[in-house]
Design a protein around this ligand. Sequence first.
Ligand SMILES: Cc1cc2nc3c(=O)[nH]c(=O)nc-3n(C[C@H](O)[C@H](O)[C@H](O)COP(=O)(O)OP(=O)(O)OC[C@H]3O[C@@H](n4cnc5c(N)ncnc54)[C@H](O)[C@@H]3O)c2cc1C
Length: 456
Amino acid sequence: MKLPASLLDTLHATFGPGACFTDEAERIAYAYDNSRRNALPDAVVFAQEHAQIETLVRACREHRVPVIARGRGTNTTGATVPVDGGVVVSFERMNRILRIDPDNRLAVIEPGVLNGDLQRALAPHGFFWPPDPTSSPWCSIGGNLACNSAGPRTVKYGSPRENTLGLRAVAGTGEGFRCGTYTSKGATGYDLTRLLIGSEGTLALITEATLKLTPKPSGLRTLRATYRDVSSAAHAVARIMAQPVTPCALEFIDDVALKLAHDHGGDNVPLAGAMLMIEVDGEPDTLPSAVDAVSRAARGDGLEELRIAQTAEETQALWSARKALSPAQRTISPNKINEDVVVPVSHLPELVEGIRQLSKKHDVLVVTFGHAGNGNLHVNLLPRDEAERERAHACLAEVFALVISLQGTLSGEHGIGLVKREFMPLALEANTLSLMRNVKAAFDPDGILNPGKLLP
Ligand SMILES: Cc1cc2nc3c(=O)[nH]c(=O)nc-3n(C[C@H](O)[C@H](O)[C@H](O)COP(=O)(O)OP(=O)(O)OC[C@H]3O[C@@H](n4cnc5c(N)ncnc54)[C@H](O)[C@@H]3O)c2cc1C
């Protein structure tokens, strides 16, 4: 698509030199994301103010040109790939922390602030923002909100939906609006804040967020439990979640993943049927009883070893298996298919067993690990050649069907983007999808915001 000259004039006038590019070299850099899909945008602009976004969206709407919001492009689903061309608006320069307000336990930020930078700025105040994707040093809060991204701490502290008070945004009409509150309670109309969170830039562009902060506990203990097999570990997860002490991390790693991490990550990684990493936090005097409670629940049929780290170095060593996983997988399959399905915690044993059978049936290596306390597992299919790739795709469709049959859903934190939207009818009834389409039309009547994403 070639952009109309009047639209190009508006883009140059609004963003100025150094913040509006149409050369191919710059456009290529914004054509792809961590999904490794790509499509060239027609222009790339770098926003710094809310008013620029209103002007941009109004002008693009007039010409029916797509607008694709972009944080740092670390999403795994192709959510920022401009499949129909158009203008990519990068928020990486709109990255000020506007206010940290410990008395009201909130922070007001621009969307381009990196998750890791925010956590560093909050630490001296004794607070943190709970969503903690592993990509925290490189991903933006705008991206976290748009994908409802999370990490290990979600099991205790929730995802962005539970940790955001309000937003400022621009709808597909070009109209700016605020939603939510600056208060920790609110019962004033529809909850548009939660609606926009997880909407992947398809309803509105977020230009400011009021985040709910949590006091950082001063103590943390890490435990590592190894089990005879995946089923005993999955049953232990259900036991841990059925008692009153909620861990702040409860991560599962299957035997295939442990072997992979062992081969690539060194001797620290145990070889076992499965492993759980468990963390509890709180004030130091409460920790011994919390450790006792989760240890009791972790013990049971199939437990082989339970280790409790006594020092920071030991904690680091216990986490080494988890950290070695991602790089290890890439060495086997640069084309890994990385899913993040969720089931109710009590169905985890059936999920891990079912995935094991599907891996055998389709003869594809599948590595399973993830945030078991939420029933959220990263199911990674690792095809090594074209034939295996085809089998992996057939296997994936059956994995999703299994998840839905267990009352689960397609994604716990990565979102739908481009790569999973065709599976949406598996997870949602036609009536629900139709309501979602109506919501999309209310925010974005001409369908210019991130077309080709989320809705099938
Ligand atoms: C090594 C690695 C580890 C990862 N670990 C995790 C993990 O543990 N947990 C997890 O959940 N994810 C993880 N991810 C995925 C990814 O980091 C998250 O999805 C992250 O939130 C994306 O942030 P981003 O700034 O890169 O957003 P982008 O990838 O640029 O965008 C993601 C989506 O947000 C939209 N968007 C961005 N900014 C705005 C805005 N201002 N307004 C409206 N829409 C917007 C985009 O249009 C797109 O739909 C990981 C990725 C990598 C590469």
